[in-house]
Ligand binder design. Structure first.
Ligand code: URP
Ligand code: ZN
Ligand code: ZN
Length: 457
C-alpha cells in the first residue's frame, strides 16, 4: 500500500514508547506506524536523526484579549502562525468577556474571529465573569451545543475579571453537574488590590514592585481556596500558570484529600525570574505578568513538579502587549502595565533547551506535558495528543541538534519584543504537519490562512 505522505526513519514518540520507524498518512489521518520502517508514500519526508512528536497543544493562550484598557496585539492569524512554526498545532484560547457581556455572545465573537484567521486547530476555555440567570442558561447551552468542556475563573483582577465567592461556589456546582472542568487563575483579588494601593502610596511605582504586590502566599492561598470549594462541590479543577512550589504543594495537599486537581506550569515561570521585571529604564515592564515571575529558586520546584507528576502540563499564557504603546501605559504606576508575556512560538524549544537538555525532564515527559496531557485533560485524546493509528496527522519532525538564539526577528507574533531575546536555543521544529498538510518548515509558515479547525470537545 502507498500512503499520501510517509515520514521516514525518525525516532517516533508513541504513547507506548519511542522507536525508529515510519509513519504513513492518508488524508488527514495517521494510517500506519511501522517500527523499523519500510512503508512507501507519494510524498516522503526524511526524518533520519530527528524526533517525531505528536503536534503540541498549548492549553493556555490569549489571542483576542481586551484587558487593562487595551487589547493584546496578536490576531488569530499571527498568533497561530507563530504557534505552528514552533510546533504547536492546537491552541486552547481563553475567552475573556467583560462583566456585562453575555457568555453566548462572547463565545460567538471569539469563535468567529478564530474561524476567520486561525491557521492551527483551536478550542476554548470560556471565562465566567458574569453569572446571573441569563448567563447560567447560556453557559448550559454553550456546553451542550458547542462542545465547550472547560470554564475559566479569575480569583484576581478586582473590578474586572474577578468572580465573587458566592458565584464561584454556584458555578462549581453547575460545572460538576455538566461535567465541565474549572480552570482557575488562583490569587486573591482583594489582597492584591490592597497591597498594590499600599505600594503605590509609598511611591513604589516601578515594575519591580509588581511581584511584591502579589507574593507567593497570595497565590498559594488562592489555590487552597479553590480546592476547598472543589472538595465541597466535587468539581474538577485545573490550576493555570502555577508559579511557585508552595502553590503546587497546596494543590497536592488537596489531591491527597481527594480533590480532582490538575496543575499547569507556563513557560515564563520555568525560564525567567523576577530579576527580569527589575530591569532598569522600565524594561522590566516587558516581564510583568500575573502571577508574577518569582525568585529563580522556584524554577527547580516547578521542573521537579513536572518530573514527579505533580505538575501535568506546560502552556504559555501567551498574552502579547507591545512595549511601546501598551506596556508603557503603566510608566507611572506598575498597576497599569498590561499583564502578559509572549511565548506561543518559543514554548517547545524553551522546554527542550531548559528542561530536556539540562536533564530536568526527559523527552517523553516533554511530549506528555506539552501534548498528551493537555489532550487528555481537555477531552481531545486520542484525536489529538498521540501518534497513533486513527489520530489526526498533527506531527512535528523535530531537530534536537539545531542550535541558535531566540530573537524578535524570528517571531511571527506581532509583538514588538521577544521575552527570551539572546538566549541560546537548542532544537527546532523542522517540519510541522497539521492534519496531514505541511504547514511549517524550519521557522517559516507555509500553510494557508484560516485553515485551522474548531475542535468541539
Ligand atoms: O499576566 C497574565 N497572565 N496575563 C494574561 C491574563 C491571565 O491572567 O492569564
Ligand atoms: Zn491568569
Ligand atoms: Zn492567562
Amino acid at each position: 500500500m502507498t500512503y499520501d505522505t510517509v515520514i521516514k526513519n525518525g525516532t517516533i514518540y508513541t504513547p507506548e514508547g519511542a522507536f525508529v520507524g515510519d509513519i504513513g498518512i492518508n488524508g488527514e489521518t495517521i494510517e500506519a506506524i511501522q517500527e523499523g520502517g519500510g512503508i512507501a508514500g507519494s510524498n516522503e519526508i526524511d526524518a533520519t536523526g530527528k524526533c517525531v512528536f505528536p503536534g503540541f497543544i498549548d492549553p493556555h493562550v490569549h489571542i483576542h484579549l481586551p484587558f487593562m484598557g487595551t487589547n493584546s496585539i496578536d490576531d488569530h492569524a499571527s498568533a497561530t502562525q507563530a504557534a505552528l512554526v514552533g510546533g504547536t498545532t492546537t491552541v486552547i484560547e481563553m475567552i475573556c468577556p467583560g462583566p456585562d457581556d453575555e457568555p453566548a455572545a462572547a463565545f460567538a465573537e471569539w469563535k468567529s474571529l478564530a474561524e476567520a484567521g486561525a491557521c492551527c486547530d483551536y478550542t476554548f476555555h470560556l471565562a465566567v465573569v458574569r453569572f446571573d440567570d441569563i448567563a447560567k442558561t447560556q453557559l448550559r447551552e454553550v456546553v451542550e451545543n458547542e462542545g465547550v468542556q472547560s470554564f475559566k475563573v479569575f480569583l484576581a483582577y478586582k473590578g474586572a475579571l474577578n468572580i465573587s465567592d458566592e458565584n464561584l461556589l454556584s458555578l462549581m456546582k453547575l460545572a460538576e453537574e455538566l461535567g465541565v472542568t474549572i480552570t482557575a487563575h488562583c490569587e486573591n483579588a482583594d489582597a492584591v488590590d490592597s497591597m498594590q494601593k499600599q505600594l503605590i502610596s509609598e511611591g513604589k511605582t516601578g515594575p519591580e514592585w509588581h511581584e511584591p504586590s502579589r507574593p507567593r502566599m497570595v497565590e498559594a492561598g488562592g489555590v487552597n481556596h479553590l480546592c476547598e470549594f472543589a472538595l465541597r462541590t466535587n468539581a474538577s479543577v485545573y490550576i493555570v500558570h502555577t508559579s511557585c512550589g508552595v502553590a503546587v504543594d497546596k494543590a497536592m495537599e488537596a489531591r491527597g484529600r481527594g480533590v480532582d486537581v490538575t496543575v499547569e506550569a507556563v513557560i515564563p515561570h520555568l525560564v525567567l525570574d523576577k530579576s527580569y521585571a527589575e530591569r532598569p529604564d522600565f524594561e522590566g515592564a516587558k516581564f510583568v505578568m500575573s502571577p508574577p515571575l518569582r525568585d529563580a529558586s522556584e524554577h527547580d520546584a516547578l521542573w521537579n513538579g513536572l518530573a514527579d507528576g505533580s505538575i501535568s502540563t506546560i502552556g504559555t499564557d501567551h498574552a502579547p502587549f507591545n512595549f511601546n504603546g501598551q506596556k508603557d501605559m503603566g510608566k507611572d504606576a506598575f498597576t497599569l502595565i498590561p499583564n502578559g508575556i509572549p511565548s506561543i512560538q518559543e514554548r517547545i524549544d524553551l522546554v527542550h533547551t531548559f528542561g530536556v537538555c539540562t536533564g530536568k525532564i526527559d523527552m517523553r515527559r516533554m511530549v506528555a506535558a506539552c501534548s498528551t496531557q493537555p489532550a487528555k485533560t481537555f477531552n481531545m485524546y486520542p484525536q489529538k495528543g498521540a501518534l497513533a493509528v486513527g489520530s489526526d496527522a498533527d506531527i512535528v519532525v523535530y531537530d534536537p541538534s539545531f542550535v541558535g538564539t531566540f530573537t524578535q526577528e524570528d517571531s511571527l507574533s506581532k509583538i514588538d519584543y521577544c521575552g527570551y531575546e539572546g538566549m541560546e536555543r537548542k532544537g527546532r521544529a523542522d517540519v510541522v504537519l497539521l492534519r496531514g498538510q505541511v504547514v511549517a518548515e524550519q521557522g517559516t509558515f507555509v500553510g494557508s490562512e484560516g485553515s485551522g479547525r474548531y475542535i468541539s470537545r
